[in-house]
Design a protein around this ligand. Sequence first.
Ligand SMILES: [Zn+2]
Length: 285
Amino acid sequence: VPELPEVETVRRGLNSVTRDRMITGIEIFLPRSIAAPTPTEFSQHLQGKTFGQWHRRGKYLLVQLQPSVGKQVAPSGGWLGVHLRMSGQLLWVKATDPIHKHTRVRFCCADGQDLRFIDQRTFGKLWWIPPKTDPAQVMAGLAILGPEPFSDEFSLDYLMQALARRQRPIKTALLDQAVIAGLGNIYADEALFLSGIHPTTSCAQLSRENVRSLHHSIQTVLETALQEGGTTFSSFLNIVGVNGNYGRAAWVYGRKGQPCRHCGTPIESMRLGGRSAHFCPQCQT
Ligand SMILES: [Zn+2]
């Protein structure tokens, strides 16, 4: 499941290949991959547009579209929004490459290249947002997003306040996109391990020192993963279909039964809020 580092890696890849490329044709193989407007309107509005700069907010991708003709008439071609969700991938391939069976949408681009949206689990979504419209009005998930983990807004005081007096487990709070944008199961487990905090700990029980350590750990795990270009903990592929090369192994994520890298105690896993949580029962209390 792509989290902030993976989505950011995809964004950087897209910026390096799609910039100023014109969309010459669109094929939609799975209509429900298009969240808005209708698949037919989606195709009509994207046809002939040119890719501008890609942006990321949380786990969402947004690209400004430019009209390829009649620039003096239309100032903007609106936006294309993408949410990869569980298994979505955007791949930049040659137009002549065989169509993979999980291909949901194909953007044929100038110069014989395709941008393909491939999504095995089919939870991923694409949107077209009209010009002069705030994308958050169309993409409901955007409106509720909390601060980006590397923004000034995501301060220690902010995190203290967001967690204060809340009874829910800290792991559940970390997965709440309204608290922090972009964090998912892998990096939440890793950050809790680095902070020595057990995933079931109630938010209200955390001391200022706990939260300071957690704040630092969140930024550390994400930064490390970003530097490595995403992770191979899951089946993440970058924009040209190459596996992310997150070199170092996880501390706890996906390591149930294996010895803790710090103390040797077998890593445990449990269900928490419908998700798996991995932790060291010795190091995390
Ligand atoms: Zn341990």
